[in-house]
Design a protein around this ligand. Sequence first.
Ligand code: MD3
Ligand code: FE
Length: 222
Amino acid sequence: MSERSQSHSTVDPPAPSPTVVTIPPGATYAAGFLDRKAQEALRDTVREIVARAPFYRPCMPKTGKPFSVVMSNCGPLGWVSDRDGYRYQARHPQTGEPWPAMPEILLDAWRRLAAYPHPPEACLINFYDETARLGLHVDQDETDFEAPVVSLSLGDTAVFRIGGDTRKAPTRSIKLKSGDAIVLGGPARRAFHGVDRILPGSSDLLKSGRLNLTMRRVTRPE
Ligand code: MD3
Ligand code: FE
């Protein structure tokens, strides 16, 4: 993740377009982190996971308003939302089965990106059809805020929005393309963020739509 040396930079030519940018503080965007072969391998792994832990449609606590995004998980814990609230739990809300194990391909991405010495406990798998979106929110159902969240995108491009620590803080939008990774650590871990929309037909990795995988540490390590 280090930039090229700046120590003798006075005669350097203009920097090439960086593939890694850090904005806002703590958010690192790694465009093209997964090449096509790795994207296909991860897509196929997600198919195996959701064959055992099918996508379900979460709903808002209290109101029961359904999400437009459908979700599943892998790893020891999974994030779920229903009328009773948001929480992490060890079993699928509909099948009652434990979530499938975190595959090596995800553990490897975490090791390469997270700079955190403990493995992720949950990977939330979001599927967006062409009309799905995710309103501005903060991820705060975890107790370990020292650990970053690592996100991988597959399929159609998302217009992702990230702001600051209040709903009013200025936001910027980033197009998350198939194979892109984004790591949210430090102050960015508590930033408001969401998905404004999906750009239909922007990738041929999936028949249609977008998958997003977010690896998280939920509990504080011993
Ligand atoms: C910034 N997912 O699952 S991934 C979510 O594209 C979520 O599906 C979006 O927001 C998606 O909660 C965004 C990037 C992301 C994930 C977690 C974050 C950005 C984040 C946590 C804190 C700040
Ligand atoms: Fe989020």
